[in-house]
Design a protein around this ligand. Structure first.
Ligand SMILES: C[S@@+](CC[C@H](N)C(=O)[O-])C[C@H]1O[C@@H](n2cnc3c(N)ncnc32)[C@H](O)[C@@H]1O
Length: 259
């Protein structure tokens, strides 16, 4: 899969903190508090939002897992919240949690048809799961990155980031077929962005999807990649202001309580 270890740049990610926090806040609103319960955050990044969820959901202990040392090293300590470095594709905790969340991280994890059931197995009876993931493969934001990747194919060893995010219908069916689930919701929400020029879009992408390319390129080659990405975006979107209807898929499931 598209490992991003360790192409993450927390200071670049934080430049659009409000844009990135908005879907997380919407994700949190799907969940009910679990007083004195436990929370797991898969792909927790800097842990800032894990701490926010810990308080909002009134749990007594939270565990955030992330593969990126650079994201984790920016974590501020929060009472009751433990963050660990871990590749969540290969290693998941051997216990269940009352609430499981994942914000903008499943889009880096392959094969959701097998991964989602593995994650559902981590949710305790009566517990809840909420996942949010960007899904923009049919937009210039994504397509132009593939074009830039093709231009730097030798430097990237032929790599390009392909999103593993499935259509909402796939998740709806996975939930419907799981006998442990009492209630589920799958939806698509848009978080529109208007930038003065394509430069704003490039800066936003540098904090997210371009991390997979930063992880694989020398700094000078990554700059060439960004400039090629910028040119392709400019060709498709023209002069600013530039609109991008950022699409995100939301998943929610509540499990049946024990009889
Ligand atoms: C866009 S950031 C989101 C961080 C955080 N959830 C937030 O909303 O601010 C995606 C995170 O997923 C993590 N990630 C990607 N693949 C991962 C993997 N295989 N194992 C653990 N973490 C992973 C990255 O290191 C990164 O911190």
């Amino acid at each position: 899969m598209a490992t991003t270890a360790d192409g993450w740049a927390p200071e670049v990610y934080a430049r659009f903190a409000a844009d990135r926090a908005a879907p997380f806040d919407d994700l949190l609103r799907l969940l009910t508090p679990a007083r004195r319960g436990t929370l797991l955050d898969l792909g927790c990044g800097t842990g800032e939002l894990t701490a926010k969820a810990h308080v909002a959901l009134q749990v007594s202990s939270s565990l955030g897992l992330d593969a990126s040392p650079s994201m984790l090293k920016n974590a501020a300590p929060a009472p009751g919240v433990v963050l660990e470095q871990c590749d969540i594709t290969t290693s998941l905790p051997p216990r269940q949690f009352d609430r499981v969340v994942s914000n903008s991280a499943f889009n880096w994890i392959a094969d959701h048809r097998t991964y989602l059931p593995r994650v559902l197995a981590l949710v305790a009876p009566g517990g809840e799961l909420a996942v949010q993931m960007p899904s923009n493969t049919d937009t210039p934001f994504f397509r132009c990155a593939l074009e830039a990747a093709a231009a730097l194919a030798p430097e990237l060893g032929g790599f390009s980031y392909r999103s593993p995010v499935e259509s909402p219908e796939v998740y709806a069916e996975l939930f419907a077929r799981d006998a442990r689930i009492a209630q589920s919701k799958v939806g698509t929400w848009y978080y529109p962005q208007l930038h003065q020029s394509v430069d704003g879009l490039v800066e936003f992408a540098k904090g997210g999807q371009l991390s997979a390319y930063r992880a694989r390129l020398q700094p000078a080659d990554f700059e060439r990649f960004c400039s090629s990405y910028r040119q392709a975006l400019q060709r498709e979107l023209g002069e600013g202001p530039v609109f991008f209807a950022f699409r995100r898929v939301f998943l929610f499931a509540r499990l049946k309580a024990l009889a």
